[in-house]
Design a protein around this ligand. Sequence first.
Ligand SMILES: *[C@@H]1O[C@H](CO)[C@@H](O)[C@H](O)[C@H]1NC(C)=O
Length: 221
Amino acid sequence: MRPAQVIYSLLSSCLVVSVSARPDFISPIWNRAARAIQKPIDMQENQAPIMDDRPMERPCGKPAMPDASSDATISDVIGKNQNIGIFSGFTRDIDSISSRLEDASQNATVLAPENSAIMALPRKPWEDPRDYETLGANAYHGQDGEDRAHKNLRRFVEAHIVPESPWNSGHKLQTLVGSTVWFLEKDGKKYIQPGEIEVISVKNKVSNGEVWVIKSALNYA
Ligand SMILES: *[C@@H]1O[C@H](CO)[C@@H](O)[C@H](O)[C@H]1NC(C)=O
């Protein structure tokens, strides 16, 4: 590419990012999430589980509010936290991830970035600058584009799932995408490494692991 072309493609990808790079399949998740975070924090904290427009996926026999003493899985409880509504929406919309999180024989520690952290990302979690470089503004259009976005989104989510629970301080593990992570404790708080990312709270302890809410997204490049 000549320099002029490079600049043009950078410019056009910036425009696309800010205007319309949102594949159809993602819009419902994103819109739901945007609605969720518009509500004041104190309302979110005291609220019932997220109500979205989709049918309930829970089989009738299961208790409505599973807790650590039952056989609930991460998949049963992750959607109850509105402050991680965007991320939990992603986990439900990616088949391989949702089946991983409902598998009682496979433990996981899910590092779920808060909604505000995902909204603040310099690019959407389904965008990869390399796609714009090679394919230009239409990188996420059409069926191929949708598949590409889906694959990128899956990588983003997999970078936030540690395939073990309990997970001990200092113990280095590989996320589902293969990146190495560990955490350290300081003044009673946990910090994910690398990146010193604060763990805001440990939300759910269930039979196959835990959901940790984190302050910003992990590196998923
Ligand atoms: C699975 O995770 C739960 C919650 O952290 C824990 O109580 C249980 O011992 C774990 N099981 C295994 C086999 O690691």
